[in-house]
Design a protein around this ligand. Sequence first.
Ligand code: AHR
Length: 490
Amino acid sequence: MNRIQIDPSRTLGQISRHIFGGFAEHLGRCIYGGIYEPGSPLADDDGLRRDVLDALRRLSMPIMRYPGGNFVSGYRWLDGVGPRDERPTRVDLAWGALEPNTFGTNELIDFCRKIGTEPYLAVNCGDGDMREARDWVEYCNGTSETALVKLRRQHGYEAPHQVKYWGIGNEVDGHWQIGFKTAQEYARAATEFAKIMKWADPTIKIVASAVSLWEGDLVERAQLLLEQAGNKIDYMALHWYVGNAADDYDAYMATSELVEERLSSYEGLIRALRLDNQLQRPIHIAVDEWNVWYRTFRMDEPPLDQLEERYNLEDALVNAMQLNAFIRHARSVKMANIAQIVNVIAPIFTRPDGLFLQTIFFPFELYSRTCGDTALDVFWEGDTFSGGAYAGVRVLDVAATLRADANEIVVYVVNRGRMDAVETTLTLAEGAFAGPVDLHVVNGPDVKAENSFDAPDVVGTRGTTLQAEGRSLTVAFEPHSVNALVFRVG
Ligand code: AHR
């Protein structure tokens, strides 16, 4: 018997909308040919693809990380501002490409404003220095009559951009990174970068690069960072990519356990270090790169391919589980950025004459559109399976949210069962269903189903309404489906 119990009084914490963030890197066709394609009949006056903007609006991303990624560790932001025909073309060492710099800071800000998202800029802590980083803060946010503020005005932007979120470097723990740093080197660099960036604008929030490798020195890195920069940084950034390289469905479906392990360990680590260092201020987790990525994964030698991963339904299930985990860890995960947004390991896939929406678009859209503001501590039990290193994993993966002002509850259920529907009784610990329940389902014919230009609707979202009365409701969740039950409690 599968059952889910919802108690609206058992809250876990406020959900930050920033868990529905995105990430755009100068890489492959993410910017050029994705977001930005001047001269295309689909582009607006600023060269931004209108169809891409519309698709992105459906995802309601509140924050956008930019410009990398590995790219940022060799980036000079000054190359990307000012008259376009004077901007230099440079070699991008991270991805072995030529970077024309025709899209830069101000184009990104225009793009963000058009889709109602807040920019989150990462500074170069690879081959860049802290002067360059603080100058970027001043160029974006300054209001005094300085040369950099005048330069921004000269570039057509009288008002400051008010960029609040700033990351220091990218994946500095990875040997593939331009300017890879040891734990000690990064703790020192982050402390000094954060110090003078905050001198340029004391209101900014700093995201430190913490873990992407997940082996070896993650405890030491956190310890040194919090000991040295604990009173300057606001977020610790974690990155991960998951996948099904072994084509083992059960192991892939147990990815939820890996994500739980990582989040709960890191949460505990931050708590312990805050205690040890007597830090009163909160330090949050920003999972500022997460997604499925394994088919086009090569980090060894440039030139690398374009990372144009094509997603299937099982990837959409795994992404929904990651969103469930962010909700369940709402107390500590205050930002998460799906990597990336267009073409490059992305939910949106373009060609010159249009786009299609990949399978992973749909859970993201559903969660972003329906998620409440408070995470609930949901209890569920039922059938289990074994996959990879994990046994006793519940077939259903569940999270729930509350929107207190509307008395609205949303229960997210991923049914990982490949063949069978899972009949489940949902019970309210208090109150009763006040009216019908909207059930939104992301599904497709089988777990390997994909969308494409020729068949764009194989996987998508359907909606139905269920009648509910009293305190319990029984639902049969379809095999390999992502579900959102939306209802009010009276
Ligand atoms: O998102 C693609 C790449 O993955 C990013 O550039 C890097 O940060 C990560 O390794």
